[in-house]
Design a protein around this ligand. Sequence first.
Ligand code: TYD
Length: 216
Amino acid sequence: MSILITIEGGDGSGKSTQARLLSQALIDKGHKVTALREPGGTNLGENLREILNDNQQQHTNLTDLSQLYLFLAARAQLVTERISPILAEPNNVVVCDRYIDSTVAYQGYGVGFDIDFIKQANHYVIGNSKPNLTILIDCPINIALSRTMSRTEKTSRFETKPNEYHERVRKGFIKLANDNHDRWRIIDGTLDKKTLSKQILSLALDVINAPNSNIN
Ligand code: TYD
């Protein structure tokens, strides 16, 4: 059996850094790891990522509904091209930076599209490629946004949203995690990078080494 671990959190939560550190730590322990990110991981996905992040300001009139469907399209491609074939092989670990829950938190709780519709669409898009473990890196909005402000790259479409939007997204993630303790673990994103990465590695190893995971 193979394992899918997803890392979730708001903008500036540190999740991309932690996803990278986790992948490297698992490789160092001898695991066969594939690191992916959403939107992205395929040609189509990376192209959609450019459009969605819109750093060039060429797609300023992209509607919220168009964005929802583009995130789903990027995911459909990623699952079919990459995640599903990798999970079908034995002893793989896939670490994905964002997945189904980002769409529920951002387009559902953040923007206001119907939560059940998004969950059903996700279900349809991913089929059997369900995460075995989802780690939420939770971080207060003021701390998270001050981190994104200090980044050098151009501000993306999402980082210009009001604080209330980010608050709704944060609460959405927490609700999702609290509704499914089997799959989710919440980590304190204000901890220092090293402590955080140790905690995340330990959670990942718990799942990888669980008796029913069958990972060698
Ligand atoms: P990401 O590249 O993870 O940004 P960062 O690493 O800076 O947190 O994600 C880009 C943006 O896309 C982010 O604001 C969250 C948003 N997003 C959605 O709104 N819905 C989705 O389904 C996904 C996957 C991302």
